[in-house]
Ligand binder design. Sequence first.
Ligand SMILES: [Zn+2]
Length: 493
Amino acid sequence: MRRFTLTWGLALLLILGAVLPACRPAPEPLAPYRPALISSAQDDLELLADQPRYDITLTVHLDRLLINGQETVHYTNVTNAPLEDIVFRLYPNLPHYGGRLTVTAVRIGAEPAIAISEAGETALRIPLTTPLRPDHELEIELEFALEVQPVHEDTVFGAGQGILSLPDCYPLLAARDESGWRTDAAPSHADAVFSDVALYTVEVTVPAGVIVAGSGITAEQTANEDSTHTWHLIGGPRREFALLLSTDFVSASTPVGETTVTSYYLPEHEEAGRAALRYGAAALRLYSDLFGPYPYRDFSIVAAPLGYRGMEYPGLTLLGLELYDQWINELEFRVVHEVGHQWWYAQVGSDPIREPWLDEGLTEYSTYEYYRLLYGQARADELVQTRWRAAYIYAREQGWDTVVGQPASAFDRNYEAMVYAKAALFFHALRQQVGEEMYMEILRRYLRAYRYRTATGADFLALAEEVSGQDLHPLYTQWIGGHPPTDSAPAGG
Ligand SMILES: [Zn+2]
């Protein structure tokens, strides 16, 4: 019966389709991004229908370390006032990225538009001839060329040891807040990128034999007549898009729920590359259970010429090559820290320039739960003592102790001791005060309330007070300082 109805329904649809092509339903605009998300996160896309959508095409000329690119950005004005301009960030032009990103053409609709370079050529302002009204949408098309340089110390961007590390290798819309488009720069010791979540399709054409690791799922890979290959990647919702390329990458994968975790490493680091995969998969599983599900179908851990550091991107983590050999003892902690950023950065965004402690402190302290549940309470306590308390005490002895709730530029050599260690001790003190169960409830509620949005320290404090019914201002003032809100929900509210 059901089959009969379906068959006739299908026949009718085909007939209607043949005679009434204009009546076919419009393709669902969010359909291209659905494969990037697990089933329980599919509904997230409906909430993000007005977020920017990037369609990026990149052609990589490996021999010349040159990339030619084109992108189309669908942008909706979600503010309640007309927009006079659109601003992109060109992060590769930051001195500590050391690349050269040049926009060669800008069109709005199909019309050529002018663009004004700002903020030391790290921002591009495009004045609109007609202001964009609230809820209205426009299409911006940019053509660009990117020169990649050899990596140097303190950079996450560039070519080195056979790997091209290319986070943010395209014009990225600046974040917007109540002050307008944000073009302020973070100091080189802090994370640079501040942006809102967006949906991505990215096509990367590379010489045959190059492996592409990106912050998105690879939907397909096609061979072209000129012996290049085009990789089709889908990412969404992501705050930025990172790409890494190498002919040397080997990889290993493992499933965690509906997510495939993949570790990309150099062949000489087989054992460490597989260990990174195990740590990453364990942390992803554990944090999903504790805080709320990891929404993407992919997570990649990728070796990069970064020394012994790690760097987080939505759906992807870079790990410095030295972590695979001389700093192997740091590998597990570094992987687990970076996985934490998939909750406290990729999902719940915060301002890395004005409040770097918020995601770094919480990400750092989230490792406490990993070590406690996997290795026992003693190991977790040891972490508190050796990694955070010792660093904080040392900083105090050096006279480096200061207010944690400050912009990244307020710190120098005390950046890690304050923004990571002392901030982690705030979350530890909070957990001690409200108890484990309440602490976890606060984090789960924080995730639900601010997923894909940007939270502030004041938002976190207000939410923690509301959930716990406790006055947490004294604790916040003691550890974070700065200016907590005075008008937040009163204790017991
Ligand atoms: Zn971090």
